[in-house]
Design a protein around this ligand. Sequence first.
Ligand code: ZN
Ligand code: FE
Length: 256
Amino acid sequence: MSHVEPVTALADNYIWLGRADDGRQALAVDPGEAAPVQAWLEAQQASLAAILLTHHHGDHTGGAAELARRHQAPVYGPGRETIAAVDHPAQGGDAIELAGLGDLQVLDCPGHTAGHVAYLWEGHLFCGDTLFAGGCGRLFEGSAAQMHASLQRLAALLETTQVYCGHEYTLKNLEFAQRVEPDNELTAERLRRAQAARSQGHATVPTSLGEELATNPFLRVSEPAVRAAAEEYAGAQLDRPEDVFAALRRWKDGGG
Ligand code: ZN
Ligand code: FE
């Protein structure tokens, strides 16, 4: 068994810290800063056994080199991106054995960046800026078709998979989701829960893949109601799921 906790960093980033219940070894995902991770390790009396990076953006990598040096920890990161701290390049399909922490699977999910990867660890999905609670990452380097394919790859995992994304963007995402699907009761209910959590300063993440499939419009591009809303926004018929996805992404980028 294992568990995962968030540490907040920068403006709205989450650094995820995973730990085996029976051990002292921990892994850190996307440490944009070193100090909060260091403080967590000391409070938990845990030792850092591995650092996982999903993509090259500084808010996900900024603390990696310092933590790696301090703890002699290996740094896994996308093999198709250039990140100075990475000494263990990873790519989709890799199975990595982490001493004291078990197995890790690597999934390619380009779109937000060209080489973005996600990591699946004992039912916990660390997906960086690809899949967000209620939304998805912006397309900085990849195409809409790539991002759509990446999200579909993640969507094919077990519905019980716990989703750990890189930012607390949930309220804005669900407000947009509600504009896309005003009749989705589950979305409305989820937005109310997220508002209550945020008003008390609680994280809305992790979420489950099942909940994303039920409420996240970017995973629901084949639903007639989502397609109809995207077509109305685009002013055109959208035949393919990736075209619906592209229209939703443009709609959200334009201020939702
Ligand atoms: Zn990013
Ligand atoms: Fe980010």
